[in-house]
Design a protein around this ligand. Structure first.
Ligand code: HEC
Length: 228
């Protein structure tokens, strides 16, 4: 069969090209599913704590992703502004991930540890109290609404079915763990003169989540510049 034949018969040409493209596609796509090392594991990356899982759900409920992305792109200007660019392995326990592309506000992937807890508390109540020209909305109800923890254990179990390695003990102790982490955050708020902070409020879970973002690679303390 010479090439002439293929070029003269358009239907045959279409069939043969489809087969060639399919083979190429399979060669490219199958390894993505089959080879685990496609997403290199990062040692420090741990599942969210129960309080952070609740905080993350508040982040989703309030639609924070409509203004904030969570992916620092691998460009010099982004790394200078936000910190080391985001790696795929940092999101293995994010279901669903919050990368996004809409940036009315800044990227939040490396916001963990950037501000004290009290800053977030004040910022969520009224962003203009700490960031005068902000166009971010107020979220005052987060400070008064109680955190619903009746489904926390079920959320952890659901996450386990999609591959987050929570142990039975961790799920059983979710309430204690949540309470302990919330108490620590409230203690830090009180010592920053925020007298009305209470451990069972939604804002506490959201702060826990925000402070966790981008912190698994421990870049703030160590050789931050080397990682950029
Ligand atoms: C209408 C768009 C909009 C929405 C919705 C929004 N934000 Fe913002 N956000 C902004 C803008 C603009 C800024 C920058 C000014 C400022 O600091 O307030 C910002 C700043 C922030 C910062 C500080 C980031 C930094 O690095 O300084 C945090 C944290 C934050 N937002 C969290 C949230 C959370 C949590 C939610 C959801 C409850 C949310 N935002 C919803 C627009 C938005």
């Amino acid at each position: 069969m010479t090439h002439d034949l293929l070029e003269k018969k358009s239907l045959l040409m279409a069939v043969v090209s489809t087969i060639v493209i399919l083979i190429g596609g399979i060669v490219e796509i199958v390894p993505l599913y089959a080879v685990k090392a496609q997403v290199p594991a990062i040692a420090g990356v741990k599942p969210y704590t129960p309080l952070e899982v609740e905080g993350r759900d508040i982040y989703l409920r309030e639609g924070c992703y409509t203004c904030h992305s969570q992916m620092v792109r691998p460009f010099r200007d982004e790394a200078e502004r936000y910190g080391p660019y985001s790696k795929a392995g940092e999101f293995v326990y994010d279901h669903p991930f919050q990368w996004g592309s809409k940036r009315t506000g800044p990227d939040l992937h490396r916001v963990g540890g950037k501000y004290p807890n009290s800053w977030h508390y004040i910022h969520m109540r009224n962003p203009r109290d700490v960031s005068p020209d902000s166009i971010m909305p107020n979220y005052p109800w987060l400070l008064s609404r109680g955190l619903d923890t009746s489904t926390t254990q079920r959320k952890l179990r659901a996450l386990r079915t999609v591959g987050v390695p929570y142990t039975d003990e961790e799920i059983a102790a979710a309430d204690q763990s949540l309470r302990k982490q919330a108490d620590e955050i409230v203690a830090s708020l009180k010592s920053a003169q925020i007298a009305d902070a209470e451990a069972d409020r939604e804002i506490i879970a959201l702060i826990a989540y925000l402070q966790r973002l981008g912190m698994d690679i421990n870049w703030r303390n160590s050789d931050a510049t080397a990682q950029r």
